[in-house]
Design a protein around this ligand. Structure first.
Ligand code: SF4
Length: 299
């Protein structure tokens, strides 16, 4: 046996350039939707016009939060619920950059709920991606603010007595300029939506309904990952442009997905610059006494 065996060249995947392969294998369970969403995020980043050095990802805690650890960008894995304030600081320090927040439903809408509504109100220029798996997957499957009414979790063994958040309606009512919802099956549409959200100045929100067979599915008679995928496939209907208030998530009805909001309004940084323009001189003051109610003005 004198001839040395030739080493086989390892083929690289086109998305490898954005993966910290030294961190692999990842922690996500077989059949979980987060890996698919992660792939869509990477595809959107690769398609975007931003330099990679100008893109950062921030996450909090939870299964989705691991994305920030696996991506080869400036990325930050912050404390539970604190991805948005951390991302806000990053954006203010580097306004030309694109900051993506990758978060789960518990992290974003429970522990981080207050930050979410105020970042949307301010129209902070962030791209917020929420993987909604309807429970706290990583910590054992507890009830979350996204758990569907009647669904079983470790802390609601006979079924959730609570109505879940309609995250899209919440984001829109607080002032988000871009709001969309897809499932982890809508690969192309989801990738397109993330791209649009990245380009959009202001607070953009993309919710992704994702299978969590390990913690959610097995307590709700959809234990097999394939059954969950089939469930999303059969139930989801696309209704672009509808009022997100009409896109209530109810497992006994169709799952409404689509791009619901795409509007323009000044971002926080637009307003901040307006208020701090040198040529304005003194800071503008409000003059409530000068206000005349419309009825009086017309009489
Ligand atoms: S617990 Fe659920 S959400 Fe977390 S990795 Fe497993 S399947 Fe995915």
């Amino acid at each position: 046996m004198s001839a040395k065996r030739k080493k086989k060249a390892v083929q690289r995947h086109p998305q490898d350039e954005l993966l910290r392969t030294d961190r692999l294998p990842h922690i996500w369970c077989p059949g979980c939707g987060i890996g698919t969403v992660f792939s869509c995020v990477i595809a959107a980043i690769q398609k975007s016009e931003f330099e990679l050095d100008d893109i950062a990802m921030v996450s909090g805690i939870g299964c989705t939060g691991r994305m920030a650890g696996y991506i080869k960008l400036d990325s930050f894995h912050t404390t539970h619920g604190r991805a948005i304030p951390f991302a806000t600081g990053l954006k203010l320090a580097h306004p030309e950059g694109c900051v993506i927040v990758a978060s789960g439903d518990g992290d974003l809408l429970a522990i981080g709920g207050n930050h979410f509504i105020h970042a949307a109100r301010r129209n902070m220029d962030l791209t917020v991606i929420c993987v909604n798996n309807f429970n706290y997957g990583m910590t054992g499957g507890q009830l979350a603010p996204s758990t569907p009414f009647g669904a079983k979790t470790t802390t609601s063994p006979v079924g959730s007595p609570e109505e879940p958040f309609n995250m899209c309606a919440l984001a829109a009512s607080c002032g988000a300029v871009y709001v969309a919802r897809w499932t982890a099956l809508h690969i192309r549409r989801l990738t397109g939506s993330i791209s649009e959200a990245m380009q959009k100045p202001g607070f953009s929100f993309v919710e992704i309904l994702s299978p969590c067979p390990t913690s959610f599915g097995r307590r709700n008679r959809i234990r097999n990952p394939l059954d969950l995928v089939r469930f999303f496939h059969e139930r989801s209907v696309i209704r672009n442009g509808i009022d997100p208030q009409d896109a209530v998530l109810d497992f006994n009805k169709n799952l409404v997905v689509g791009t619901f909001v795409d509007i323009e309004r000044p971002t926080f940084l637009d307003n901040y610059q307006l208020m701090n323009r040198r040529e304005l001189g003194d800071w503008p003051t409000l003059e409530p006494k000068a206000f005349v109610p419309e009825e009086q003005a017309s009489s």
